[in-house]
Design a protein around this ligand. Sequence first.
Ligand code: NAD
Length: 408
Amino acid sequence: MNSSKASKISISPNGELKVPDVPVIPFIEGDGIGRDIWPATRLVIDKAVEAAYGGTRRIEWLELLVGEKGFHQTGQWLSDQALQTIKDYVVAIKGPMTTPVGTGIRSLNVAIRQKLDLYACVRPVRYIDPVPSPMKAPEKIDMVVFRENTEDLYAGIEWQAGGEEASKVIAFLNAQLGTTLGEKTGIGIKPISEANTKRLVAKAIAYAIEHKRPSVTLMHKGNIMKFTEGAFSRWGYEVAKERFGARTITEAELYEKFDGKQPEGKVVIKDRIADMLFQQVLLRPDEFAVIATPNLNGDYISDALAAQVGGLGMAPGANIGDECAVFEATHGTAPKYAGLDKVNPGSLILSGVMMLEHMGWIEAAEKIRVALQATIKAGVVTYDLARQISGAREVKCSAFAKAITERF
Ligand code: NAD
């Protein structure tokens, strides 16, 4: 076991992570079932790191008191100190968190994303055999969605119909810009900027290059919303050319110059209208590898794709910015199951896999992925999957984690 002193992960000026052999990683246990799935996840990660690196590497965990635990022990749901710690340590992982009611906090998750400028919500979608899926060939689905996290209709710029603000905006639009909006109309503003689009799409392309994925699809509704969604697509092609010109070609070039045969080492940049893409991920899922898209489309497509591989229960996720990244379970706190050692820790465990990959600890990540798949394939599963897979053996949350570690 490496007994060296633990130290911080840092970022070099070119944006690469520098990960010591014993990094300190902050974690938020999460509320509700967080107390079940976090210990299960931690066990799996620790054992995988040990098995992959024979004790030369390990993680030193640092608990952050955020959410209900934070409120009960410190009086704060989300302190500035906790946010600063995530920034300082560059990589963090979190369980689900309750949305505090009546506190003025819209959502702790949204607050973390906004305050740390975690602008890319990254959701890999991959089938795990034999999880029941509505698709005929779910194994063809292997996509990663990069959803812009900071703007679009989610920027929170909206006013209630009949309110003073909405009335002012309507009066201005009707008088100055020639619209004919009626009095009782709710107003929402959809900002999509060049800078935020380009940094998101650049992240998606860099990911495709690093992970040898064949294409990046810009998903948008630019045929209708030309200056927001349409601009997203245009800026996406621009940043591909400006920053990755030697490593990317457009779909048009693929056919004009390469006769439709993908040249070695190039990522194809294409775009699809959102409604058409929803059809194509059902009909021809193997044509899509990485999807980059504005906030609202991203919300819809990530959940739809998760359903195509068997539901949200096992879907991992991450929110990534330039300064730090937070890996998280994508489901909520499922309060009625809290403390029962019953639920599926798969979503948080697979988020841990993403975290290890992000750190470059690929061997440990792969060990977990393979062992988790083998465990489910052997029919050792938690209640949610046991009731869907015939002949499966239902085990508790902690026993499922232990069964994974026994396959390392
Ligand atoms: P939820 O995801 O907590 O639960 C809905 C149902 O899904 C549960 O009753 C359970 O049947 C199932 N489920 C969820 N996670 C599971 C798991 N790991 N294994 C097996 N089954 C699982 O959604 P909700 O009930 O709408 O929300 C409860 C709370 O969670 C709310 O306070 C909400 O704001 C919060 N929430 C947090 C996040 C987050 O932290 N990322 C996401 C969604 C909801």
